[in-house]
Design a protein around this ligand. Structure first.
Ligand SMILES: [Fe+2]
Length: 268
């Protein structure tokens, strides 16, 4: 067995996994990481500074890697997408402004995990903000839990967050893909814990018994944005972070006049 330790993030959102070498993981350690991810929704490994080979190998140990067609991959590592923010960039950061769950607009085969490693980060800005789907579900009033237990959300790639993606696409000369839309339950269960799946950046409608409820939609979006469910994660260079899109929402924070480079891998 291993002697790594875990410590929860602020507001019990996510967990730091300390003293674990990600290069030589044994099967039981990988299973332990998956258990912690199931329990907390997001895991943080500080200052790992993996090379691309090791980074990709670690991602592979957690699942099947997925190519993300809207971002450029590294030359020899097509599964590693580069997210780069330059000092001259003026627009909102890619994935900023709205909490979301990545690719919730896909009908089938939504990639479950997103992994980032920080290659270059500014000292005083560029946090990633996480909101716990578990904690926000648990704190809902019982009558709301009852009301939404079979509710469906309609999620679209043209939802509120799409503005940041279109800016990125026009900068990198990628033509916008067609709009994708999907319907999913807004309550998911991960290893016995219920989680809110409302992806505010993509959510268009909530349907309860086939009737649209603008009121519940607004209520839930306000709810998941409450401070008590949020952890604003401060990056150091070389940090590796993995989140489960079923159980946490995330967004990028404002970044201005700085360079910020992240390597992203999407995992099924
Ligand atoms: Fe995202």
């Amino acid at each position: 067995m291993t002697n790594f330790s875990i410590s929860p993030g602020k507001n019990n959102v996510g967990a730091y996994i300390n003293n674990l070498d990600l290069n030589n993981l044994k099967k039981d350690q990988i299973n332990q990481i998956k258990d912690i991810l199931n329990m907390y929704g997001v895991v943080f490994f500080k200052k790992k500074n993996l090379n691309s080979e090791m980074y990709q190998n670690f991602a592979k140990s957690l699942g099947q890697l997925v190519e993300y067609p809207r971002l450029k991959g590294l030359e020899n590592y097509p599964f590693i997408n580069v997210l780069e923010r330059k000092p001259t960039d003026k627009s909102v950061a890619f994935g900023g402004s709205f909490l979301h769950q990545d690719t919730s607009y896909l009908d089938k085969d939504r990639p479950r995990y997103t992994m980032l490693m920080s290659i270059e980060v500014p000292d005083d800005q560029g946090n990633t903000i996480f909101s716990s789907g578990f904690n926000s579900y648990n704190k809902l009033p019982e009558q709301i839990k009852e009301k939404i237990k079979n509710a469906k959300g309609i999620f679209s790639s043209a939802g509120p967050i799409s503005k940041t993606r279109r800016e990125l696409e026009s900068r990198s000369g990628i033509k916008s893909a067609q709009i994708m839309e999907a319907e999913h339950s807004i309550v998911h269960e991960v290893d016995g814990q219920k989680s809110l799946y409302v992806s505010p950046g993509h959510l268009m409608k909530i349907k309860i018994n086939e009737k649209e409820s603008e009121e519940i939609k607004k209520y839930l979006i306000d709810h998941v944005n409450k401070d008590e469910f949020i952890f604003s994660y401060k990056w150091d260079k070389g940090d590796v972070v993995v989140w489960d899109n079923l159980s946490v929402m995330h967004k990028a924070s404002e970044v201005k006049n700085c360079t910020r480079i992240m390597h992203r891998i999407t995992i099924k």
